[in-house]
Design a protein around this ligand. Structure first.
Ligand SMILES: Cc1cc2nc3c(=O)[nH]c(=O)nc-3n(C[C@H](O)[C@H](O)[C@H](O)COP(=O)(O)OP(=O)(O)OC[C@H]3O[C@@H](n4cnc5c(N)ncnc54)[C@H](O)[C@@H]3O)c2cc1C
Length: 440
């Protein structure tokens, strides 16, 4: 048999792509995953922060926010018929969330604590440098606030909304939505930080993944575990996919969505390693992102649930090059240090564990590249994909569909049964806490 599509990699990008392609009638697709579970590498390592635009409002390059707004429109159009999908854009073009049990996105908010221009992180002994820091940061803050205001006021469903919203500068600046933070449970100087409710949401990654997989399997898609792809040979009308177990699979098109594994097939990617700190029980009642110009002082916190109890997943702006073990040790200590300083309920005697995950990006002239990317690999009909973020796998999937079919996918899902598959890994932080609790 010759498949129409073989997707290499069973992470979020592979499954989102396989699912959307399977919506086309009479299309044979398989997913090949080298591990014994799906969603077992970066897609399991991530901290469950679904990006809807807040963090990206801060970045210089407007293309990131543009992609995020496009992603919301894509979610609203092509994923709204999943029963547990709870985001919707109302008739005024405002983003809303339905209250559904086990939904893709949690109802709780993500609060942004942002350094104001009098924050000590902007200080420098050199007066000129200090002035530059202040002006530079003030521009970023004003853009951040203006973009939030505009997204809250504008009809996101307008045709060119992504263009308009991502280019918003100071025109919509006003202080209406700015709040004074309280220092309850956290060590924050309420005079040098302001608070704004963000657009982002915590996500239930395993539910999202399992729903996509349910739809894919209902559409007769197949997946194979413990199946590592070694290379692909191009034949006249198809590709021969050579597996580690010496077997060969034939497919007309091959899509490499294999995250860090892409480094075996292309040199167009860059990889950094980022730490996450898991703490049980939770050290803070909500979700927050603290932004300051000093990367070492930025921190974020997401609450996740296990059997009705909460634990903390804490991230930061810290990262290092691949396999830099010395730098990893320094970063681990630094993350513990800033967490201890910031969260009043954190102390070293609480159960805690740090792990590093790999962030895979398409190489670009910028220091970091958060954009999703589809690019050609050698050989006919072979492409590679990078989501940039778990959150962006949906735009990536729809664009891959359009790349091959030159038309829009259907959003008309057939009624299928939702199953929490045993072959889908839970998030790594969940497994860490679960193992700890079962060891008690
Ligand atoms: C610490 C950390 C925190 C993050 N936090 C967030 C967040 O909160 N929100 C967010 O949106 N994004 C976040 N991200 C980014 C997000 O996790 C990734 O962008 C996304 O999960 C990548 O998905 P993927 O499917 O491309 O890669 P992966 O999930 O790595 O999947 C690739 C799969 O391919 C398989 N594979 C590799 N080589 C082969 C081969 N030769 N043959 C067969 N299979 C192969 C692997 O085993 C793997 O299962 C975070 C990333 C990290 C590291």
């Amino acid at each position: 048999m010759i498949y129409d599509f073989c997707v290499v990699g069973g992470g979020i990008s592979g499954i989102a792509i396989a699912e959307i392609l399977s919506r086309k009638e009479k299309c044979n697709i398989c997913v090949l995953e080298k591990n014994s579970k799906l969603m077992s590498e970066s897609s399991a390592d991530q901290h469950g922060w679904f990006h809807l635009g807040s963090l990206y409002s801060f970045l210089e390059n407007p293309s990131y926010l543009k992609n995020l707004i496009k992603n919301i429109k894509i979610l609203n159009k092509y994923y709204k018929n999943f029963d547990r999908f709870n985001l919707f854009v109302d008739k005024f073009g405002k983003i809303n969330f339905k209250n559904i049990e086990d939904s893709w996105f949690s109802g709780s908010t993500v609060n942004y604590y942002v350094a104001s221009r009098n924050n000590p992180d902007l200080f420098s002994k050199n007066l000129l440098k200090k002035l530059i820091n202040i002006v530079d940061w003030e521009i970023k803050i004003k853009k951040f606030i203006s973009r939030h205001n505009k997204i809250n006021d504008y009809n996101i469903l307008f045709d060119n909304s992504e263009e308009i919203l991502s280019k918003t500068n100071f025109i919509n600046y006003n202080k209406k939505k700015i709040l004074k933070p309280t220092s309850d449970q956290i060590n924050i100087d309420t005079d040098t930080f302001f608070l704004m409710e963000g657009l982002d949401k915590p996500m239930r990654s395993k539910k999202i993944f399992s729903d996509l997989l349910s739809s894919f399997l209902f559409n007769k898609g197949e997946y194979f575990l413990n199946t590592k792809v070694l290379k692909v040979d191009n034949k006249n009308n198809y590709n021969e996919i050579i597996l580690e177990n010496k077997k060969i699979i034939k497919s007309k098109n091959v899509i490499f969505s294999c995250g860090y594994g892409l480094s075996e097939f292309t040199d167009q990617i860059s990889v950094v390693e980022s730490p996450l700190l898991t703490v049980y029980p939770s050290v803070f009642d909500g979700n927050l992102v603290k932004l300051t110009p000093n990367n070492d002082n930025t921190i974020n916190h997401f609450n996740h649930e296990i059997n009705g109890e909460f634990y903390s997943v804490i991230g930061s702006g810290l990262s290092c090059g691949l396999h830099d073990e010395n730098e990893k040790k320094r970063i681990e200590q630094k993350l513990i240090e800033i967490s201890k300083k910031f969260f009043l309920n954190f102390n070293i005697n609480k159960f805690h564990k740090i792990y590093f995950g790999k962030k895979v990006e398409f190489k670009s002239s910028e220091n970091r590249n958060y954009s999703y990317k589809i690019f050609k690999l050698s050989g006919k009909n072979n492409i590679a994909t990078i989501p940039g973020k778990f959150s962006m796998a949906f735009s990536l999937a729809v664009d891959v569909y359009k790349y091959f079919y030159n038309e829009d996918p259907t959003n008309n899902l057939k009624k299928f049964k939702y199953i929490d598959y045993k072959d889908v890994s839970a998030n790594k932080h969940y497994n860490i806490v679960e193992n700890y609790l079962s060891s008690l």
